[in-house]
Design a protein around this ligand. Structure first.
Ligand code: GLA
Length: 731
């Protein structure tokens, strides 16, 4: 890791362990992008910006600037001056004029990484990372722009963000201020974004980059089920093991865009940041605006290389707290077991049976408060319903604790139902536009937590419930999109700030929660995986991945999720069959194998299981304890994708020292007359000898990876069969 500025060639060189990123200064003021890719040595590469190698040479005709502005590979570009490509910054003045041209002014390089004000971000010590800040300035509107880049000693990601300061004497309005803009040279590229819906999150969508804009976005106020704040472009032949990939992921949980702009000269612009639609931030003189952080990853080892860089970065430099590096308790959540129909007795019946089988925590889901007998009412009334739970939380929790189990609880703090005491008392606390009938979604409104009194109410309710008993886990849910944007505290010219202010308020609440209750295990959730993003991972080490708990559907959902996010963050449970959403029946063992490569837990009424399934639970729990260190800390390699081949799914997790591995394979559909499936492993030490107990066979790593193993069909013997095999190095 290192960052250098070369005075002679007026270029910045940012080196990660395996990559290099180069920026240059032209005519003493224009910041251009030179190179991003495999590691190279520092040298004069200015010709890659289409300018003269001599930095003192004049490259722009001051009498005719337009051609330059519309063609120069700006490191960060601006709307209004003649650059007609998708811009990174759009600003307008009190007079309504758009346009900026921020010129290089100074830079500083220092050890460590500053925090981002009020925003989640990656972190690292002074020994672990180094930062470059380049200051640009527009003298006409007195706008100071600081582009910040951090490189890490142990990771190939580059984390960047932008800070804008109004250095003038009048307010300015930011209409668009993206976190990252990357200019890629002429090439054919494929692009991947992740898309889906409720119950079908993060499907991998790959297609060629074409001319014009291809955009993944959210305008729902959350990162959403429909898209991910992620984009990757790659050489068209890229697969899991080979090919060049450039990826971006935004550490943000609100509205975003992640897009390519395919230019007519066949260059491609890659951008990520806050969604400029519905965004306009008024910046008073002297004020700053800080964008969310963008994580950029270049991989020369295909998508697999990209994935492992993201996983390592997030595990080491983003996820925090007590559970960052340790095993999470195996939990049982009562949602699919009882829905709203439960009481203390029922929960204790479940807990008793669960504790006998090694399950370590009971999570009480929705329905414990106010008049919440169904999802039509009571959100906001965070007072225990003693009709259901006589003796309240203190009694229930102590009984659960007596069984040797931890206790966790569900909350949906951001919401209010029209039918609730809270709404009746404070109808103005819901986000709304005066005189327009407010939109209900799941019979609920969203609280305007951008208002301090509303935020304090929510915080006080959370605080009081969590301090009333020994609660060791919270599932923080968020079950609807934001609509009808209006806020009593915001004047007309600040309504465009609402979505971002809302996201900051969520961060404020979760920040308070994690610092006031440092031992708490927080799991985020949003109707399943509607807010599964790096912003949330900063507060909670795990996120509920999807309300679809059908193990076979989960193969696709978890594959898309694991493309970016570590397995330790993927909330995955064994639920009953036929599955409540899909009606599909999958063997209990297979359901366990598929949940095992996530956080692992159960979401079913254990008192109603067959003896055969019950007997399997202690074995699964044991396997979880045996394998979770590896799953949490190891390297994940995707071997076969059911989403692609419609037949078989396979992946392997290999310990960092390559001494242990866990191979999972799911034969989704049984193939008649199919001799065997050839599986080539990845990630092992080619020169080591390995033993596979399930085959009672010994192989070298190179044989396992190049020749592969032949998995005979008879093991499948029906649909949805699976195995998890251990692989051990022989020293
Ligand atoms: C959301 C969550 C579910 C469950 C319900 C409760 O849909 O994703 O897991 O908690 O809310 O209402």
């Amino acid at each position: 890791m290192s960052i250098q500025y070369c005075e002679k060639c007026m270029s910045f060189f940012l080196h990660t362990p395996n990559t290099t990123y180069v920026i240059g200064i032209v005519n003493g003021k224009y910041l251009g992008h030179i190179y991003y890719g495999k590691k190279i040595q520092n040298q004069n590469l200015r010709h890659l910006m289409g300018v003269k190698a001599d930095p003192s040479a004049d490259n722009i005709n001051p009498g005719d600037t337009g051609i330059f502005y519309d063609n120069f590979p700006f490191e960060y570009n601006f709307r209004g001056i003649g650059d007609f490509r998708e811009c990174a910054l759009d600003v307008h003045t009190m007079q309504g004029h758009h346009g900026a041209l921020c010129e290089y002014r100074s830079h500083r390089i220092f050890k460590g990484k500053p925090t981002l004000k009020s925003l989640p971000a990656t972190f690292g010590s002074v020994a672990e990372c180094e930062t470059l800040e380049i200051e640009l300035f527009d003298p006409v509107i007195s706008l100071t722009l600081t582009l910040s880049y951090t490189v890490f000693a142990d990771n190939d990601a580059i984390c960047r963000h932008v800070r804008v300061r109004n250095s003038g004497s009048e307010p300015v309005y930011l209409d668009r201020v993206l976190s990252a803009h990357l200019y890629l040279p002429e090439n054919a590229y494929d692009v991947i974004t992740l898309h889906g819906s409720w119950g079908r999150e993060r499907g991998i969508c790959r297609r060629p980059v074409s001319y014009g804009i291809s955009r993944a976005y959210s305008s729902r106020g959350v990162s959403s089920h429909q898209a991910q704040p992620f984009i990757a472009v790659m050489s068209p032949n890229t697969d899991q093991t080979a090919g060049e990939v450039y990826a971006m992921n935004l550490v943000y949980s609100g509205n975003f865009i992640a897009q390519t702009d395919g230019l007519v000269n066949d260059d491609v612009i890659l951008q990520i940041g806050i969604n400029p639609d519905d965004f306009c931030w008024k910046l008073e003189p002297g004020e700053y605006f800080t964008t969310p952080e963008a994580v950029m990853v270049y991989s020369a080892q295909g998508l697999g290389g990209m994935t492992r860089t993201f996983h390592d970065l997030y595990r080491k430099h983003l996820i925090r707290g007590k559970y960052k590096d340790c095993k999470r308790p195996v939990l049982l959540n009562n949602w699919e077991a009882t829905y709203f129909d439960f009481n203390t007795e029922k929960l204790l019946d479940i807990a008793r049976s669960a504790s006998q089988r090694g399950i370590e925590m009971l999570v009480m889901d929705d329905g414990w408060f106010g008049n919440r007998f169904d999802d039509h009412r009571a959100l906001g009334d965070w007072v225990v319903n003693e009709e259901k739970l006589p003796g309240g939380l203190p009694y229930l929790v102590s009984e659960v604790n007596k069984l040797g189990m931890k206790f966790g609880i569900w909350f949906e703090p951001e919401m209010v139902c029209p039918d609730s005491d809270l709404f009746r008392a404070h109808p103005d606390w819901a986000i709304q536009v005066p005189n327009r009938t407010n939109t209900t979604l799941r019979w609920q409104y969203v609280l305007d937590i951008t208002r301090p009194e509303v935020l304090e109410y929510v915080w006080n309710r959370l605080y009081s419930v969590l301090s009333s008993a020994n609660i060791e886990y919270v599932k923080w849910d968020m079950n609807r999109a934001l609509t009808n944007i209006g806020s009593q505290d915001l004047p007309a010219d600040r309504i465009g700030e609402f979505y971002h202010r809302y996201t900051l308020a969520v961060y404020e609440l979760q920040g308070r929660l994690t610092s006031e209750f440092p031992k708490l295990l927080l799991e985020n959730c949003s109707s399943g995986g509607g807010r599964f993003d790096p912003g949330m991972l900063y507060y909670s080490p795990q996120i509920w991945c999807s309300d679809d708990t059908d193990a076979i559907e989960r193969l696709k959902i978890q594959e898309g999720t694991a493309l970016i996010y570590p397995l330790s963050s993927i909330g995955a449970h064994v639920s009953v069959c036929p599955n409540h959403l899909t009606g599909r029946s999958v063997p209990f063992e297979t359901r366990g194998h598929i949940a095992m490569l996530g956080t692992f837990g159960y979401e079913l009424d254990i008192t109603k299981l067959s003896e055969e399934d019950l007997e399997m639970i202690p074995k699964q729990v044991e396997m979880y304890h045996e394998s979770n260190d590896l799953v949490r800390g190891g390297d994940y390699y995707r071997l076969a994708s059911y989403a692609e081949n419609h037949f078989v799914d396979a992946y392997i997790v290999v310990s960092k020292d390559k001494s242990r591995a866990l191979l999972t394979m799911v034969a989704v559909t049984y193939r008649i007359n199919h001799r065997a499936f050839l599986l080539r492993l990845q990630g092992l030490d080619p020169n080591a000898n390995y033993y596979i107990p399930a085959m009672d066979s010994h192989f070298t790593g190179d044989a396992l990876m190049n020749a592969g193993i032949f998995i005979p069909s008879p093991w499948a013997g029906g649909d949805y069969r699976s195995f998890v095999w251990k692989i051990e190095r022989e020293d």
